[in-house]
Design a protein around this ligand. Structure first.
Ligand SMILES: NC(=O)C1=CN([C@@H]2O[C@H](COP(=O)(O)OP(=O)(O)OC[C@H]3O[C@@H](n4cnc5c(N)ncnc54)[C@H](OP(=O)(O)O)[C@@H]3O)[C@@H](O)[C@H]2O)C=CC1
Ligand SMILES: CC(=O)N[C@@H](CCC(=O)OP(=O)(O)O)C(=O)O
Length: 346
């Protein structure tokens, strides 16, 4: 683990004009150790202050948004140590190897490197990853061990973060269980900033989508190591994900065993808050780096179902703050460094 206590760590964000990229840029701008030296948009834009796109940052963040062009690579590589990629999956897949080849550390917020099975990745994302990258650590912070020598780290998807944090403690009971059922509702920022009819305000209601085909199903199944049924929903609100997870277990499982499993799983996790038998609401996590989790053991005639609800901010714990939480740990800082008492952009 890196222990350079007081030295600034120069870093850059690609995709900084997008929703997760701007949240990350704002967090890094205020961070005590990371120094944000570059923020990139696509090459299709002119250079402008980031606050031109997000006036909320006016007078608070004087960072310049620069159009990204491949010819900048060698220059930027000399100026930064850490790269955060908040880019479309395929763009990340192309750029990450070039940054690694120049000795930089890359935290990738896209899905380009999350799935270990190559065929599964191609099925889910529809493109072939560049060769030679090897296995990439999957940075669900609460279940991650880092050596500090990694050069590429895959930050989990937003739905998989909520679903996995909710389900994993139950599976640790090591008791026979059903497939894990996940229903999750996301706000529209989950779909990114680009205009699209399906996320336009008057079009969005509350609707399931991607049933049986969403790319986060194999990611959740990879994390849990069991059968998973995943049904995402799009809701008419800006940000947040509420995941409800159902796991059927035998009648021998007691409420105390379930309580203990959650307590044990997260007692040393500062950014997971246990709500016990309360159900968390989105408003308690939106704008924060927390995952809040509540659960109930629901009895029926011949079986029991553990029903868990987990709430996160999709742009923070589901993307930007999780990336920074892991980067903090990579450089030997406490997980929550620069993450608490910060306002969100959107
Ligand atoms: N939104 C969310 O809740 C979450 C998103 N993610 C992942 O993070 C990544 C970014 O998502 P999100 O913030 O929603 O996306 P947005 O659509 O809001 O932003 C995309 C960003 O990528 C830039 N970009 C697009 N194409 C290129 C290119 N060819 N070269 C350089 N830059 C490019 C865009 O620049 P420009 O503005 O100039 O077009 C923009 O800054 C995605 O991989 C997404 O899957 C992960 C977890 C949650
Ligand atoms: C509401 C909405 O459209 N959500 C996106 C998922 C969010 C996201 O960006 O996906 P990653 O976490 O894999 O990066 C979707 O369903 O495709």
């Amino acid at each position: 683990m890196h222990q350079e206590k007081s030295i600034e760590i120069p870093c850059a964000v690609w995709g900084a004009s997008g929703y997760s990229g701007v949240e990350l840029s704002w967090l890094l701008h205020q961070h005590p150790r990371f120094k944000l030296t570059h923020c990139f948009s696509s090459g299709a834009r002119e250079a402008v202050p980031l606050a031109n796109l997000y006036p909320q940052l006016q007078g608070r963040c004087e960072v310049l948004l620069e159009p990204w062009h491949a010819h900048l690579l060698d220059d930027v590589a000399k100026q930064v140590r850490v790269c955060f990629l908040a880019l479309p999956h395929e763009v990340s897949a192309q750029l990450a190897p070039q940054l690694i080849a120049r000795g930089l550390v890359v935290f990738d917020l896209s899905g380009a490197f999350r799935l270990t099975d190559v065929a599964e990745h191609e099925r889910a994302y529809g493109f072939v990853r560049p060769p030679g990258i090897g296995e990439t650590p999957y940075a669900l912070a609460e279940y991650l061990t880092l050596s500090g020598s990694e050069s590429l780290i895959a930050v989990p998807g937003c739905y998989p973060t909520a679903a996995t944090l909710a389900a994993k403690p139950v599976l640790e009971l090591k008791t026979p269980h059903s497939a894990v059922m996940v229903n999750a509702v996301s706000g529209t920022s989950g779909a990114g900033r680009a205009a699209s009819l399906k996320t336009s305000f008057c079009e969005v209601s509350l609707q399931a989508y991607g049933v049986g085909s969403h790319r986060h199903q194999p990611e959740i199944a990879q994390n849990l190591g069991c059968d998973v049924v995943f049904v995402p929903h799009l809701g008419a609100f800006k940000r947040g994900i509420l995941a409800t997870v159902y796991v059927q277990v035998g009648t021998d499982v007691t409420a105390a065993m379930v309580d203990e499993a959650f307590d044990f799983a997260y007692m040393d996790s500062p950014l997971v808050r246990l709500c016990w038998q309360q159900t968390p609401a989105l408003q308690q996590v939106v704008g924060t780096p927390y995952c809040d989790i509540g659960w109930q053991l629901v009895r029926s005639a011949n079986s029991q179902t553990i029903v868990i609800t987990a709430a996160i901010d999709n742009l923070l714990k589901g993307a930007a703050s999780q990336a920074l939480q892991v980067a903090n740990r990579y450089f030997g800082m406490p997980d929550s460094t620069g993450l608490l008492n910060r306002s969100a952009v959107l």
